[in-house]
Design a protein around this ligand. Structure first.
Ligand SMILES: [Zn+2]
Length: 112
């Protein structure tokens, strides 16, 4: 996945959005096609909306104005779950480094 397309979204949200869209992170953005591109835009929105609802992620010392840590990290489907079973199909989650970012994905759900 070309990081230009998901610029500013961050590793966590990019991995989660690609998983929900069932898009392989190694797929070049130019080969995505309009239908899957639209799906990805939708899943990025969903992931960000869920993250905001959950109070953000506490992975980077995030604490809200009440001193509570965010808890979106409890909802990760693939992020930081290398080797653990996919919540959808049970395949072990894999990670790869693309342009210095770690990306996490399910090799079966995101086969293409
Ligand atoms: Zn899977």
């Amino acid at each position: 996945m070309d990081s230009h397309l998901v610029a500013g979204v961050g590793n966590i949200y990019a991995s989660e959005a690609l998983f929900r869209a069932r898009i392989n992170p190694k797929l070049p953005a130019r080969r995505l096609g309009p239908a899957r591109c639209a799906t990805l835009v939708q899943t990025v929105r969903e992931v960000l909306a869920d993250a905001i609802k959950a109070g953000g992620s506490s992975l980077r010392d995030y604490v809200n104005s009440k001193g509570e840590a965010g808890y979106f990290q409890n909802n990760f489907s693939v992020y930081d779950r290398t080797g653990k079973p996919c919540l959808v199909c049970g395949s072990p989650i894999r990670s790869l480094v693309l342009g210095q970012r770690s990306t996490f994905y399910c090799p079966r759900c995101q086969a293409r």
